[in-house]
Design a binder for this molecule. Structure first.
Ligand code: SF4
Ligand code: MG
Length: 334
């Protein structure tokens, strides 16, 4: 594993900072070397909170974030001082959703991409431009773009600059937080293919956060499904899409647009009543029970633990008994 996120009970992130406190409960998962692990859920489910916690942007009040360093040692990032953490900031990098907002408009690309190299003294100044030009080429941009400013680029090109910036330090784990969500459909596909190529080339591990299941299906090996600050299901992507084990996953899948009429949807769209709950004020028992058509008295009283059911990982009291509908995607039209 490259990293282990372990939060056994209610964990508050953002404590002591200006951001509002957000609770995440029992969010524990491993990130395996070389994989793309998806984290999916509606906005406000805690996905971004978890990534910010891995990066040390948010504090963690309980639980650990363990990272396997280049020498194979497991380091608890939450136990490090800010100064000690700096040693790992080049290993763990992030690409944000909005390339417009995340690139400083007043800096040329050479400074945007090269800043992390300069600040961390990874390269002598004289070598930074060469490295930036090389990185631009790797992400499919012309090396001479190093002297341009962000406004001179299209949205897709700007996101390539953001990817080059993340790769500048030869990271091991790259967090992609809604990294293609702001892009047009055709540009999105190109960017996803670029990310796949870069992963192969550099042996990267991705944590891919998105609310968009069609993107998750395309790029992820495994998927963590979150609902109001908790994990409800973890599965291989193919298994999850073919056969969800949690009613919330089933509802998310049922809302997917069918990309091609040759891919027939197996079932009907499931409409979820009510609103997503507030993570800081979750319903008792299973947080999903007010919206779940299978809810029983037990669901209202008892919180389901994340557990193994038939080789799968799911947090639902009745997972054994439910035969939920999946979707047919991927490469085998019926
Ligand atoms: Fe639905 Fe109960 Fe399962 Fe929660 S535990 S998802 S309410 S069946
Ligand atoms: Mg988010």
């Amino acid at each position: 594993d490259v990293a282990k996120v372990f939060a056994p009970r209610t964990t508050f992130f953002g404590r002591g900072k200006s951001r509002p406190v957000r609770a995440v409960d029992g969010v524990s998962f491993d990130i395996r070397a070389g994989e793309t692990l998806g984290v999916v859920g509606e906005s406000g489910c805690g996905k971004s909170t978890v990534t910010r916690c891995i990066l040390g942007i948010h504090e963690v009040s309980s639980g650990t974030i363990r990272y396997r360093d280049r020498d194979g040692r497991m380091i608890d990032l939450t136990a490090l001082s800010e100064h000690e953490r700096l040693a790992y900031c080049t290993d763990l990098r992030i690409v944000f959703q909005d390339p417009q907002a995340s690139l400083n408009p007043r800096l040329p690309v050479i400074d945007i991409v090269g800043e992390v190299l300069k600040v961390n003294h990874l390269l002598p100044r004289s070598e930074i431009e060469g490295r930036v030009r090389e990185l631009l080429q790797r992400v499919g941009l012309r090396p001479e773009y190093a002297r341009r400013y962000p406004h001179a680029f299209s949205g897709g090109e700007r996101q390539r600059v953001g990817i080059a910036r993340a790769l500048a330090t030869n990271p091991r784990l790259v967090i992609l937080d809604e990294a293609v969500s702001a892009l047009d459909v055709s540009v999105r596909a190109q960017t996803l293919n670029l990310l796949k190529d870069l992963q192969q080339e550099f042996g990267l591990t991705y944590l891919f956060v998105s609310h968009d299941l069609s993107v998750i299906e395309y790029i992820c090996d495994r998927v963590v499904v979150m609902y109001v600050g908790q994990i409800v299901e973890i599965a291989n992507a193919a298994d999850l899409f073919a056969r969800p084990m949690h009613p919330y996953t089933e509802a998310l899948l049922s809302a997917l647009p069918v990309p091609d009429p040759a891919f027939k949807r197996r079932g009907r769209r499931i409409h979820l009543p009510g609103e997503v709950a507030d993570p800081a004020n979750r319903p008792a028992g299973c947080s999903f029970h007010p919206r779940c058509r299978f809810a029983t008295e037990r669901c209202k009283a008892e919180t389901p633990a994340l557990r193994s059911v038939a080789g799968r990982t799911v947090a639902c009291h009745h997972a054994e008994d439910l035969a939920l509908q999946g979707v047919n995607m991927g490469s085998s039209p019926e």
